[in-house]
Design a binder for this molecule. Structure first.
Ligand code: BGC
Length: 621
């Protein structure tokens, strides 16, 4: 596993004093219109104010400061720190647990129960929110159902399937005892150099808003307090996808009108849908890190947009602000951050914040506001009601990774496919075809289908338990008389009736996925060339987190399918290839011809994309 903290760009260490805040504030007032109604959906937190205040009134400073801290499970220096520091939350980073020895469901749920039990043993019995990156299913736990990444879900244009699969994701998340998901990501990626492009649904902010709202509804369910809700965490606020050059954690150099028009609609709809937590971005807005930006976090998000939940920092995000650790906490707290995601420095953070309050550098009222917000979310979720149980629901455990759940993922996959080319009616393929040859690095690789954020932070090539590869799915789809052959490099297809070559990107996430070149790797080009030598119709299936430079891969193909990062259910692909379902997916990102065309915008009438926003063929008329 790549060590995350080593990957921060040195140039991003800090930058806090150069934002033209006064100018931005004036613009904010001028452009307030349209966001006032965001407040509905937040009432469920406001209603808990009196109860939360009653608890707050009993709390010591230590107990309050503890609520502001979220620690990575593996970074806990001692299990008893959960109660000793009155922690408000624990989370597991991607791969945490899997990389150790917690490989399956019951040991995982034992871990979460033990941690939660410790929290409940504190004087005021305040339970934890246990966070995890369930960003395409409960992707940190082997055996979970893995859904398409957001770029594929965007292509479905279907809020109903997003709502439905996020409900499944919530059930599989709760099965382990996690009650908080760092999802959905409502980023609006502008530049495909960015390694997180696939975490975005679309370039059209209205579609992002629609699908982001549906995702919150799915995760949180109809009733926050019935024990079946996973708290959503909408991220990364804001303009994480608007950074210059598509640099991860970079700087969005945009005016406030653009910020509001392009990057905020997803938050407005998520807030309306009742989202209780939001994660400020690692990135900067006009040179000022969001984690230090009071105008964005407090004035715009909490005041203008009426967000009544709480803000959780990104992974050690305050370390990127200027000054020492104490002044970083001071800056971010005073700017409006409520809870802090921390690995090894949580004890120091605890001491620092207590000192900051005693020294009057962070007002007591700010601490109380943050704790109140956190308590209201916990209360709204029923975590402090009688009958709340730390033991994960056995009914949900029984459904973890089930066939029923995988059917829903399969539906999402088939709806997400975008057919870019189909000459001579190459598709759909007859199930009675005599011999079909499958090849390419992705032909039999579920890890590649899933992409990043799958069992580890970066994801990995190779097996993912419980999934179906494209090769497996083809074998199941064809009739008994069909011969299915396979070679990774595309050789040996001579004599087959048709070949399917699966190419694309190897898994990555975040900064390590930033690219200057989006051409297909030579190995993929070779596999296509090898298959071509057999002189048979060639179907190319592309597994990628963004539009790539297609070149010969497109011209040499008879049919071409953009399958994005579909997850574990390869049968969703064969559902369409063999004609059980017609392709319905449409591009939500315009497709570039060359790297020089980037950034390419969906609403740029003068651009000349290879495939325009909204493009996607189907079968028949
Ligand atoms: C990412 C977040 C994620 C967090 C916790 C960060 O590096 O930016 O999206 O939720 O890690 O794993």
């Amino acid at each position: 596993m790549i060590a995350r903290k080593k990957l921060l760009r040195p140039s991003q260490s800090s930058n806090r004093l150069n934002a033209p805040v006064a100018v931005l504030a004036v613009l904010a007032i001028l452009s307030l219109g349209g966001h006032a109604q965001a407040k509905s959906g937040q009432d469920q937190f406001v209603r808990q104010t009196a109860r939360a205040k009653a608890i707050l009134a009993q709390m010591t400073l230590d107990e309050k400061v503890g609520q502001l801290i979220q620690v990575e499970r593996a970074a806990l220096k001692d299990p008893s720190d959960v109660e000793k520091y009155y922690l408000g939350s624990v989370f597991n980073g991607a791969g945490s647990g899997v990389a150790g020895d917690i490989k399956t469901l019951p040991p995982w749920s034992d871990v979460t129960q033990a941690i939660q039990t410790r929290a409940l043993s504190t004087r005021l019995h305040i339970p934890l929110l246990y966070g995890t990156d369930s960003i395409h299913g409960n992707n940190n736990v082997p055996g979970a159902t893995i859904f398409p990444h957001n770029i594929g879900l965007g292509a479905t244009h279907d809020p109903a399937i997003v709502r439905k699969l996020e409900r499944v994701s919530a059930e599989e998340t709760l099965a382990v005892g996690f009650n908080w998901a760092f999802a959905p990501c409502v980023t609006v990626p502008q530049d495909y150099h960015w390694g997180r492009t696939y975490e975005g649904y679309a370039q059209d902010p209205a579609l992002v808003a629609k699908l982001g709202g549906a995702a919150v509804e799915g995760l949180q369910g109809k009733n926050l307090a019935n024990g079946e809700a996973v708290m959503a965490c909408v991220k990364h606020f804001a303009a994480d996808g608007g950074t210059e050059g598509g640099h991860d954690q970079g700087d969005a150099k945009i005016d406030e009108a653009t910020m509001r028009r392009v990057h905020l609609p997803g938050y407005v709809s998520a807030i309306q849908a009742g989202a209780g937590t939001i994660m400020p971005s690692f990135s900067s807005w006009n040179g000022l890190k969001v984690s230090a930006n009071k105008h964005l976090m407090t004035d715009i998000l909490k005041k203008d947009l009426g967000f009544e939940g709480f803000l959780i920092s990104d992974w050690n995000a305050i370390d990127q602000l200027g000054g020492d650790y104490k002044s970083q906490a001071e800056l971010s707290l005073n700017a409006g951050m409520d809870m802090f995601m921390i690995t090894d420095k949580y004890r120091l953070f605890f001491d620092n914040v207590k000192a900051l309050v005693t020294e009057g550098k962070v007002p007591q009222s700010r601490i109380d506001d943050a704790v109140l917000r956190i308590l209201r979310v916990k209360l709204a979720m029923g975590l402090m009601d009688k009958g709340y149980s730390v033991a994960p629901n056995p009914k949900l455990q029984a459904k973890f990774g089930s066939a029923e759940h995988r059917q829903i993922a399969r539906q999402a996959v088939r709806e997400s496919l975008v057919l870019l080319k189909n000459e001579k009616k190459t598709l759909p393929i007859a199930k009675t075809i005599a011999r079909i040859h499958i090849c390419g690095r992705g032909g039999d690789d579920i890890g590649m289908q899933c992409g990043g954020w799958t069992l580890s932070w970066q994801g990995q090539m190779g097996p993912v338990p419980g999934g179906t590869s494209i090769l497996d799915a083809v074998k199941k789809a064809v009739s008994p008389g069909t011969k299915v052959t396979y070679s990774k490099d595309g050789t040996g297809a001579e004599g087959a009736t048709l070949g399917i070559v699966v190419v694309g990107e190897i898994p990555y996430s975040e900064g390590p996925g930033d690219r200057t070149d989006l051409a297909l790797p030579q190995e993929d080009k070779d596999a296509i060339a090898n298959l071509k030598k057999a002189n048979i119709p060639v179907v190319v299936v592309l597994l990628s987190g963004r539009p790539m430079i297609l070149g010969d891969a497109l011209t040499q193909s008879d049919a071409f399918v953009a399958a994005w990062l579909p997850g574990t259910e390869g049968a969703g692909i064969t559902d369409v290839l063999f004609g059980d379902y017609k392709p319905t997916g449409k591009l939500t990102f315009p497709w570039q011809r060359t790297m020089e065309q980037l950034p390419l915008h969906y609403d740029d009438k003068k651009a000349d994309p290879l495939f325009a926003y909204g493009y996607g063929l189907t079968y028949g008329k």
